[in-house]
Design a protein around this ligand. Structure first.
Ligand code: GAL
Length: 961
């Protein structure tokens, strides 16, 4: 949601009379097998949680946008990383406009193959919340609407017949794909989200119809909704016409101002509200990063939503709300490649300050997700809890809050400062009436922190009475349990385990004191420092290897399929076969990887590694680090200036005549004819206009008005003479009044340029920065036009007749958003194989370009080592002269727009689009507003990892079809 718009809409929201929920069934009847031979499962829910075949599930999912990563093999990389962070699900928007260049035309192939995406989630064992909109917001062009919808009469996000026909068409394509991947058919989709934050200008019949369409297509998993912000936004779709089964809430407590990352809670406490007594509490989108509204750079957004925030807010929410369904927005943000971005809130990078960076690197936030995710998805009693009396704290500076499972009586106690933003170091002793008895538990909260402590838990074959350390995870292997606890470095910890008789305690590593009280309590005291190891045998239970570490040590653990592993920079999967453990892992330096399973041999990425058994009964293997990498310098550049369209003699006979006098757009033009690009079918990137008029010789000024979306410009030539540029405007933002003068530009006509009675040619190049969203469902914002909205020439010449030209045709492989209608884009200058031998040798670092459009092309060969992952960026060193912007094409794929002086200088070049072992074509279209030099441009390796996933080249055809 845009920051400025979070206030409650002024519209009086309707109350809905019909109370009956539409869809009574809460899942398909259990069928043993699906037609595809996969095991079918039943999905149900109650007020506590989702259930699969009656077994409760705590859904801990991260949001992922496949459309922001145009390299399907890298979907696996990111999803494996998400899974390895302890997530058991992903939340996926499906982007209508990404798949549909024109009414009735849909494409689900190549980078748009969402069936492949869902197969992958299935293979990796990640549940999916499928979110096909039809409206998705997501800071993407049109909020996910196809741009052609702007030409469809009738209000979007309503039951208007025009819109209804359009969205039903989308749902008819996407729903069957989602339906065949449901958990109920042996797939991964566990829930289906209808619409998106649909709280303003709502229409219950529309909300109801989305669900009807889903049910008719065979969607039988629960239907959810993500309500914006809190229950004061109505309707919440918890009851009445259009109600969903599981209404959820989106929480962005930190808002989106990353310039002040230490300011917390701008939008409040972030405790997810219960909207229904019959359904689990669903934190549908919980803030896990931020858009960079203040252009501070995404590292600041990562700070704003960093580990301390995650500890305090996520854990507070877990205990205060009792939510068991979570969608963390975003787990990986990705790239607004091509024209995917919405212009107001984002630039090319959609890194989002997420746990996994745009270049697929793991951050400190990833570590924190892992600490919390392994816990929440391990400890089953968390799936069913009620508020419970909290242990009394003897210090006001330490606050406690609790929930308990009514069946197992397991308790979960939140310990934090009463004021969550304080940096204080506070200690207290808790008087804790735990299921196994009363305990006095010393706790300490150092700085911005929060802990969830557990008592009365059957931990595998063990009984945890109480602990002041947090539980990371536990598993059983080789006839014993292994459990990992952790706490703040240097802070004392205490754990009490229950036994029938005194067990034998052997401290293998670190300093741990053990005392048995003769009444079943084995108390361990220690200080969190490094990783202590304690082997406990006897006492009437199977052996326990207890690992007690710091936060940092906890983050070194991985768990895959019940196998606990430690070390390496990423463990993607672990599988034990006989006495051998097979790991798929990444390393960024030589590393010891330890496996807590009863094995004697180890392979990593298919190759055996030397390994040894430890006294703790684990296996440690030595894994090599990455090899070296050499990147080529970018040389051999050739340049060519274009914009022949500015020349009065240019042949535009094939261009579209722009002579319409009416438009569907709710915003009316200032002059006729209508010159809106979308009205002529040109929806993305640049458009050219050529206007002809008979001159009087008295012309003094050209007066134009253009809407580009925020950040765009337009440029003007008269009879081939460059007159200058102006900032394109915006028409309307949400509930603000219509702007009568969105993007004015006045350009003096040089004396003597026009001759009386002669035809003059006005050429205008207008950028389209993307389409606005429709967050408040008012239809006006997303339908605001792009292109010229007014054009007059002072001096009373004859009428202007216009022609318009945008992108020549949709690139079938790269899709409608890849490129616009620059001359070079229309004729393939951005594509591999374009014959540029006749171009002038010249490099962007040195050459000064004039106003208008100049292209640079070069090729470079990469020979990146196999079995490695080397994420690369294209780095702009900074240029000089007039304002300029650069469209970046790699192998024909539009990978972003560099704007000189803007917040972004590094542009992600995803493997797959980039041939890692082969020749790549780089083309830059420089659009300068005057004389300018782009400056140095080079390749930069973000990291070098041994490991990664195999990435095949994404098809990148040359030619213009
Ligand atoms: C939410 C919306 C998401 C995204 C997010 C901000 O309001 O549902 O799609 O826009 O805000 O990044």
């Amino acid at each position: 949601m845009p920051g400025s718009l979070r206030r409650r809409p002024t519209v009086l929201l309707a109350a809905f009379a019909a109370a009956a929920a539409l869809w009574a069934p809460t899942g398909a009847p259990a069928a043993a097998q699906t037609a595809a031979g996969k095991a079918a499962h039943r999905v149900t829910y109650d007020r506590y949680s989702l259930m699969v075949d009656g077994k409760r599930v705590l859904l801990w999912s991260g949001e992922f946008h496949y459309f922001r990563l145009p390299s399907p093999d890298l979907w696996r990389d990111v999803l494996e990383k998400i899974k390895a962070a302890g997530f058991n699900g992903v939340s996926l928007y499906f982007h209508w406009g990404y798949h549909s260049p024109a009414p009735g035309v849909y494409d689900f192939t190549g980078v748009r193959d969402v069936d492949r995406l869902l197969r992958l989630t299935e293979e990796l064992g990640l549940y999916v919340v499928a979110r096909p909109g039809p409206y998705i917001n997501a800071e993407t062009t049109g909020g996910g609407f196809p741009a052609w919808l702007k030409n469809v009469p009738g209000r979007a996000r309503s039951s208007d017949p025009g819109y209804t026909r359009a969205y039903r068409e989308w749902l008819a394509h996407i729903n069957p794909i989602i339906a065949r991947h449901q958990v109920t058919r042996g797939g991964s989709v566990i829930a289906y989200n209808a619409e998106n934050e649909y709280a303003a200008n709502t229409d219950a019949a529309y909300m109801e119809d989305i669900q009807k369409q889903a049910r008719a297509a065979g969607i039988d998993v629960p239907i959810t909704h993500n309500q914006c912000c809190d229950a004061s936004w109505t309707p919440t779709w918890a009851s009445g016409q259009g109600a969903v089964q599981i209404p959820g809430v989106d929480d962005y407590p930190q808002a989106f101002e990353c310039r002040e990352p230490d300011v917390w809670g701008t939008w409040g406490e972030g405790v997810t509200e219960r909207l229904s007594d019959d359904a689990p509490v669903y934190a549908a989108e919980y803030q896990a990063g931020a858009i960079d509204l203040g252009k501070a750079g995404y590292e600041r957004c990562r700070d704003l939503t960093g580990p301390a925030f995650m500890k305090v807010y996520y854990k507070s929410n877990l205990i205060a709300s009792g939510a068991t369904m979570f969608g963390y927005y975003m787990s990986f943000g990705g790239t607004n490649w091509g024209r995917l971005g919405q212009p107001n809130d984002v630039y090319t990078s959609y890194d989002y300050g997420a746990a996994i960076t745009e270049n697929r690197q793991l951050t400190a936030k990833y570590d924190e997700f892992k600490r919390q995710g392994l816990f929440t998805t391990t400890v089953a009693p968390l799936t069913k809890t009620d508020p419970a009396p909290a242990p009394a704290s003897d210090a006001a500076a330490v606050h406690t809050e609790a929930r308990a499972n009514p069946d197992t009586r397991t308790q979960f106690v939140l310990v934090r400062h009463p004021d969550r933003t304080t940096d204080a170091d506070a200690s207290a002793t808790l008087t804790w009436n735990a299921p196994d008895g009363a305990y006095r538990v010393p706790v300490r909260v150092k700085g911005r922190d929060a802990k969830v402590l557990v008592a009365g838990y059957d931990m595998g074959g063990q009984r945890l009475a109480v602990s002041s350390s947090e539980l990371l995870t536990h598993t059983a292997a080789g006839g014993r349990d292994v459990a990992v606890f952790y706490g703040t470095e240097g802070v004392p910890g205490m754990t009490v385990l229950r036994y029938a008789s005194e067990p034998t305690v052997k401290v293998l590593d670190g300093k741990v004191r053990a005392a048995y009280d003769g009444k079943g309590n084995l108390r361990l005291d220690y200080t969190h420092r490094g990783l202590a190891r304690v082997l406990i045998t006897g006492g009437g239970r199977r052996p326990l290897l207890l690992l007690l570490g710091t936060d940092a040590e906890a983050a070194t653990f991985w768990k895959s399929g019940g196998v606990l592993v430690r070390g390496g920079s990423l463990v993607r999967s672990a599988r034990v076969a006989g006495r051998t453990v097979h790991l798929r892992a990444d390393t960024d330096e030589p590393a010891d990887i330890e496996v807590f399973a009863d094995t004697s041999r180890m392979t990593v990425n298919g190759a055996p590694v030397p390994s040894r058994r430890t006294s703790a009964g684990t296996l440690v293997g030595r894994v090599p680090g990455p090899g070296g990498v050499r990147l080529p310098a970018l040389t051999g550049w050739r340049a060519a200036a274009e914009a022949p369209e500015a020349d009065p003699g240019f042949d535009d006979r094939d261009w579209t005549v722009a002579d319409r006098t009416t438009t569907v757009s709710p915003i009316k033009p200032k002059t006729l004819p209508v010159l809106y690009a979308d009205d002529y079918g040109y929806h993305h990137g640049h458009v050219w206009y050529r206007g002809r008029f008979t001159a009087t010789g008295e012309e003094t000024e050209v007066r134009l008005n253009a809407i580009t979306g925020k950040g765009g410009i337009y440029q003007v030539w008269l009879n081939g003479r460059y007159l200058g540029s102006a900032a394109g405007g915006e028409q309307k933002d949400a509930d603000e009044p219509v702007n009568p003068d969105p993007g004015p530009g006045t350009f003096a006509v040089p004396p003597g340029l026009l001759k009386k009675g002669e035809t003059a040619v006005l050429a205008v190049l207008v950028e389209n920065m993307g389409h606005n969203d429709d967050w408040t469902a008012d239809d006006v914002r997303h339908k605001q036009p792009r292109g010229l909205v007014g054009a007059t020439v002072a001096g009373d010449p004859g009428p202007i007749t216009w022609k318009i030209q945008g992108a020549a045709r949709t690139d079938r492989v790269r899709g409608p958003l890849n490129n616009g209608g620059l001359y070079g884009e229309r004729t393939g200058w951005h594509l591999p194989g374009f014959p540029d031998r006749s171009w002038t040798p010249a490099s962007p670092a040195a050459r000064r370009v004039g106003p208008g459009v100049t292209w640079y092309r070069t090729e470079f060969r990469l020979d990146l080592p196999k079995g490695h992952d080397v994420p690369l960026t294209l780095r702009f060193g900074g240029g000089s002269g007039a304002p300029h912007r650069v469209l970046i094409y790699v192998n024909g794929w539009g990978l972003g727009e560099y704007v000189a002086g803007g917040p972004q200088r590094d542009f992600t070049l995803p493997a797959g689009i980039l041939r890692q072992r082969g020749t790549n074509t780089l083309a830059l279209a420089v659009i300068a507003e005057g004389d300018a030099t782009v400056g140095p441009v080079g390749l930069h390796a973000v990291a070098v990892h041994r490991g990664g996933v195999p990435v095949s080249d994404v098809p990148s055809p040359g030619g213009t079809s």
